[in-house]
Design a protein around this ligand. Structure first.
Ligand SMILES: [Zn+2]
Length: 256
């Protein structure tokens, strides 16, 4: 169960730099654009002071880990110098699942050194085909979205697949460097209802959600069953050495 998904979205052209205050440090540099709903949209500028928001997590373990996107031997990652918003669509949440998603983001923040901020609930359905930039979220990439679905709506959840997670790889506003953005986690209501009804079900459910958010921050699957990022994730409910190494690296990317 549980597949990593990454939609590749990219800058398809370039525009001359605009004249807003945000662009001053990039004066004369062409601004990347992307196509959203058939329209050219300038890639949102990330505003940060170029410093990490939280300390880098030291790599203290080693084991199997992979990344969903790599470019020139480096994984594509979220920018550690800005807080990454996440929103939640509670529609279809099984009984007993309260708090699991927020706890999972806290856990991923701890192991990556990335900073996440919960912006509240939305009614946007969790779908990998969502537009990367949406009017209701303003001039930025859409926040990370977590929601519930079923096999009929999301065929990827068929069988024992309890969740799906991933992000898009996009270029920054300037230059060629790529970053992750607009992550999505889709959880299977029925599978979680069943998992939560078993002994130790809450730990198991928590592990599945952490696995999916780990896909969002760029981790792929491994074949080592002692790792949470194992393809089936049937055994491990706590991060293994490879998971921890991968998460620390996922949080140690460059700032825009
Ligand atoms: Zn997976």
């Amino acid at each position: 169960m549980i597949v990593g998904i990454g939609a590749a979205a990219g800058a398809l052209g370039m525009w001359a730099a605009g004249g807003t205050w945000q662009d001053i440090q990039h004066l004369g540099q062409p601004r990347n654009v992307m196509i959203v709903d058939g329209e050219s949209v300038r890639v949102p500028v990330t505003v940060s002071d170029g410093e990490r928001l939280a300390p880098e997590v030291a790599v203290s373990t080693s084991g199997a880990h992979t990344f969903l996107f790599e470019e020139n031997g480096e994984p594509t990652r979220y920018d550690p110098c800005v807080a990454h918003a996440w929103v939640y669509n509670p529609e279809g949440m099984p009984e007993g699942a309260d708090g699991l998603v927020a706890e999972a983001f806290d856990n991923i923040a701890q192991y990556t050194g990335l900073v996440f901020s919960h912006e509240g609930n939305v009614d946007e359905p969790a779908d990998f085909d969502r537009p990367l930039i949406q009017e209701e979220y303003g001039d930025r990439f859409a926040p990370i979205l977590v929601g519930w679905s079923d096999e009929a709506t999301t065929p990827g959840l068929e069988g024992t697949t309890a969740g799906l997670g991933g992000s898009s790889s996009v270029t920054g506003a300037f230059g060629q460097e790529r970053f992750l953005a607009a992550g999505v986690v889709i959880l299977d209501s029925e599978d979680f209802t069943n998992v939560l009804a078993t002994d130790g079900g809450r730990d198991r459910a928590a592990s599945i959600i952490r696995h999916e958010i780990a896909h969002v921050v760029g981790l792929g699957h491994v074949e080592d069953e002692s790792e949470v990022m194992h393809t089936q994730n049937l055994a491990a409910v706590t991060w293994g050495p490879g998971d921890r190494q991968g998460l620390a690296i996922a949080g140690a990317g460059p700032c825009q």
